[in-house]
Design a protein around this ligand. Sequence first.
Ligand code: FES
Length: 371
Amino acid sequence: MSDDKNETEGAQGPGEDGRRRERVIGTPSPAREKALLAEDDISAPAGVGEQLDEASMKRAERIVATFFLVAFAASVAFIAYFIGWSGRDGGMHGVVRARESNFWLGGTMALSFIAMAVGVTIWVRRLMTSKPIVQERHELAADEETRAAFAQDFLEGAEDSGITKRPLLRRTLLLAAAPLGLAPLVLLRDLGPLPEKRLRHTYWGEAVKKAQAEGKKGVRLVVDGTNKPLRVSDFSSPGGMITVLPEGIEEEVPEEQVLTQNAKAVTILINVPADKFKPAKGRENWHVNGIVAYSKVCTHVGCPAALYEQTTHHILCPCHQSTFDATDAAKVIFGPAARPLPQLPLSVEDGYIVATSDYHEPVGPSFWERG
Ligand code: FES
């Protein structure tokens, strides 16, 4: 002990050159070092474990209970906000609503946790006795004697905490914790309504039905950006790729749904050289002189598969490099995508390229196939 003390003082005192030596940043201060080394000084922090008189303990108990009640109120506010106010004006959707709900949900949840933590801290510091606890390291599998000692310690701790003899604290603590336990259930509401069949269809299906109801063969393909219907003669050079949509999507879909419907229906049209083209079984008549249509939505996680290599006839998704073979039903030849790009059946009507049905599989990430 005295050696340690001398060593500590030496480190802070004058050096051999007579100048005062500075303490290195990050090392304990002399006072702290002494406290750490002096076994005799091991004691609870000031204020901890002081034996309070009965009146002080009662006051501390009320303070703790108040914090637990604050935690309870904040938890209830969290749930009330989520169920009640978040349901108005379009719920949580939109940047402004999301920011507002994050503020209130985060604020009430944080207040609840903080109040609970403060209450427990005061409880421990003011109402429980405190003494140094030394736990020896032992084998993982404790022997009978150790387990019995643990059980004994546990029971003594429970007794010391007053959880059994202070019903006010026990009940307010349980009250504060109960709504927090329900919070995850409430959050399930954020999962939103089930997608049902909506992910299995695109606007192509609806547009084809309308066209066929008017006695046509199918719906015309229009060029994305210009909305110009596409003739076979406009797209006769092998090697080309163009993005198309169903005719009428801009005019007939409600304005608020146009972006969503466009995103699902967006399609790439590729003119594959006749000598390379390998029509898939059952899809022999889905192309027009080697012109094929595939969904532009990558089947990995939905990026636009928008790059086309004319020499290899590979369709590339720039997000994670999934690569699809345009000559062979857009099968995956590289990358994380798990299935080919869905193919759109094509035909010709009055010289225009038309789609004769919706996609036969869901477009987009593979996940939705299981939805
Ligand atoms: S989204 Fe296309 S490879 Fe990942």
